[in-house]
Design a protein around this ligand. Structure first.
Ligand SMILES: Nc1nc2c(c(=O)[nH]1)N=C([C@H](O)[C@H](O)COP(=O)(O)OP(=O)(O)OP(=O)(O)O)CN2
Length: 149
């Protein structure tokens, strides 16, 4: 039977949304929370899908290194990239598109989780990314593709 565990990872980062019609076109930041759902078709001898500490060290480790206290910027956003890089110390993560909650959740699901958890016999089918206490996005496998892909 499939069993899942969820690890919550908090971090803060700055960003802006290129082309946004309102205030999110300006540089600003959020206290994000990522919820990573890890699934396996059973447990190990100890009764775990995976140890919570492994999820923390591998995924919080990646987020701490690349996103936490950094700026997530659209790789086409030359002005913001130059502005942030003009201030030392600087930490910039270039994103393939706008760093919306949806795209950040998708990036964790598709790019980060499979590599970070590769040594374990588990899969990540769902990532929830909270941008504010009231707004979150969900990236999940096994659900129909929307018209915009
Ligand atoms: N579908 C999405 N919509 C928006 C995203 C996003 O990632 N996905 N992001 C933003 C901005 O980053 C913005 O900071 C959050 O928007 P907003 O809801 O306006 O923020 P608040 O709730 O803090 O606004 P208040 O006016 O202070 O209540 C925009 N949209």
């Amino acid at each position: 039977m499939p069993l899942s565990v969820v690890r919550r990872i908090s971090f803060c980062a700055g960003h802006r949304l290129l082309g946004h019609e309102g205030k999110c076109a300006g540089l600003h930041g959020h206290n994000y929370v990522a919820e990573i759902e890890v699934t396996a078709d059973g447990t190990d001898d100890v009764g775990r899908v995976i140890d919570f500490a492994e999820v923390k060290s591998r995924l919080k480790g990646w987020i701490d290194e690349y996103w936490d206290h950094g700026f997530l910027l659209n790789r086409d956003d030359e002005a913001a990239i130059a502005a942030v890089r003009s201030v030392e110390p600087t930490k910039v993560f270039l994103f393939p598109g706008n760093p919306t909650a949806e795209k950040m959740a998708e990036y964790l699901l598709e790019e980060v989780c499979p590599k970070a958890l590769a040594p374990f016999n588990v899969r990540v089918d769902k990532v929830v990314l909270w941008e504010t206490p009231d707004c979150f996005a969900v990236a999940a496998k096994g659900q129909g593709q929307g018209a915009r892909g």
